[in-house]
Write a protein that binds this ligand. Structure first.
Ligand SMILES: [Zn+2]
Length: 67
């Protein structure tokens, strides 16, 4: 048996293997999402993510061919 503290709320978790914790290293999906949300927010501040919409926009070639 191993023990960890939930990375988000600090709750003590006991497990035999990490497969016992579907949300390892978090105690629950909620904590996982909270932590992930924090991380994603940080990323957003640094740079704008590529959205599928944007990829669609730039689908056409640039037309910079030299002949
Ligand atoms: Zn937690």
């Amino acid at each position: 048996m191993s023990k960890i503290d939930c990375r988000c709320c600090g709750r003590k978790l006991v497990y035999k293997s990490t497969s016992d914790l579907p949300f390892f290293p978090f105690c629950s999906e909620r904590c996982k999402l909270i932590d992930l949300g924090k991380w994603v927010e940080e990323e957003h501040r640094i740079e704008e993510p590529l959205t599928p919409d944007r990829v669609d926009e730039t689908d056409e070639p640039k037309g910079e061919s030299e002949t």
